[in-house]
Design a protein around this ligand. Structure first.
Ligand SMILES: Nc1nc2c(ncn2[C@@H]2O[C@H](COP(=O)(O)OP(=O)(O)OP(=O)(O)O)[C@@H](O)[C@H]2O)c(=O)[nH]1
Ligand SMILES: [Mg+2]
Length: 329
């Protein structure tokens, strides 16, 4: 790899970082007793195994804030709700105060959504939980997530809770991770997609992009946004009649293309490292698209390159690269 390639890689990384830093992070609070499956839920809903790899900072005795560089997401994780009533009361106060503070402090942007987690295996919801959900649901959109829904427990409890006079936006049974019953029998996970769709309904518009970046459940949704954006970009940059010409030999990345790749990467929320970008640059430089196929298989990501296109007289240079997100390769 030559020096030019290394410059391009650094520039793409830098620009992607900039794009992500400019995104307003989506803020989600997880409430639920210990062991209900809050961490399992967030590790499966969001990319980067965030419960393990994120940085947790204590906000109060029973609340911590988890963030990770490069992921436009702030998670508030609670503990202590399973303890005796006096501690539960304390936890409830801390949660309500944290929500209020999040609106009042200049660096915070408010909390956008609450996932109130109840273990479906217990088959019941306590009075305390109903009261608390009602208090919280008046201030912030709240979704009741019935975790570890194995068999009919989740469905039955969901029906029961939906029948209560409760200020939850939705009640969703889920199994965040496959559940192994025996060597031969594994219950496949379910419900994450529904949780995602419900969440999109209640999140403010300005954080939808961040939520889409952070989630890892619906790649098609990421692809759609990237595609829509790329289409607009290509149309406004190259004109309506732009027809890319199939790639044949080496191409050079120019600043606009770097910006485009950075933006698409930011929409997608692919964890970019130098190696991945190097693969793209290598492929763009003519070593073939197999490297891209290999690297992006799981992200359903396709890149086509076209070179020696005159770009309608723009100063775009002699080579054009056009990115296309489509079904899995
Ligand atoms: N197979 C499977 N196991 C789950 C699921 N949800 C939770 N578990 C298991 O339940 C245990 C507790 O889950 P956690 O996600 O750590 O629970 P938590 O709510 O984060 O607990 P605290 O951090 O103590 O508050 C773990 O051993 C998980 O493997 C699930 O959807 N599928
Ligand atoms: Mg946890």
């Amino acid at each position: 790899m030559n020096h030019g390639d290394i410059d391009i890689i650094s520039e793409i990384l830098e620009k992607t970082q900039e794009e992500i830093e400019n995104m307003k992070p989506v803020s989600i609070m997880l409430i639920g007793k210990t062991g209900v499956g809050k961490s399992t839920l967030i590790n499966n809903l969001f990319r980067e195994n965030i419960a393990e790899t994120g940085i947790g900072k204590p906000v109060t005795d029973h609340l911590q804030k988890i963030t990770k560089e490069g992921v436009p997401l702030v998670l508030y994780d609670t503990k202590g709700l399973e303890l005796d009533p006096s501690v539960q009361k304390e936890v409830r106060h801390e949660i309500l105060d944290t929500i209020k503070d999040s609106y009042n402090s200049p660096e915070e942007e408010g909390i956008h959504l609450i996932y109130y987690c109840i273990n479906a295996a217990g088959g019941r919801i306590e009075e305390m939980e109903i009261d608390f959900i009602n208090d919280l649901g008046k201030i912030i959109p709240l979704v009741v997530v019935l975790t570890q829904s194995i068999g009919d427990n989740g469905k039955k409890l969901a029906e029961y809770i939906r029948g209560l006079d409760i200020t939850a936006k939705a009640v969703i049974p889920i199994l965040s991770e496959d559940y192994k019953i025996s060597d031969d029998i594994v219950l496949p996970s379910f419900g994450l997609r529904e949780l995602l769709e419900e969440s999109f309904k209640y999140l403010p518009k300005e954080v939808e992009g961040s939520f889409n970046n952070a989630q890892q459940v619906d790649l098609e949704k990421k692809a759609d946004s990237a595609k829509r954006w790329a289409k607009r970009y290509v149309t406004t940059t190259f004109g309506v009649g732009f027809t890319p010409i199939p790639f044949s030999d080496s191409a050079v990345l120019v600043p606009m293309q770097i910006g485009m790749l950075a933006h698409i990467t930011a929409i997608f929320g692919i964890s970019m490292d130098k190696q991945k970008i190097a693969s793209i640059v290598a492929a763009v430089g003519g070593t073939g698209s197999d490297i891209i196929r290999k690297n992006y298989r799981c992200e359903c990501f396709k890149i086509y390159t076209w070179s020696r296109y005159d770009c309608r007289g723009s100063d775009f240079g002699r080579n054009c690269i056009y990115y296309h997100y489509g079904p899995c390769l």
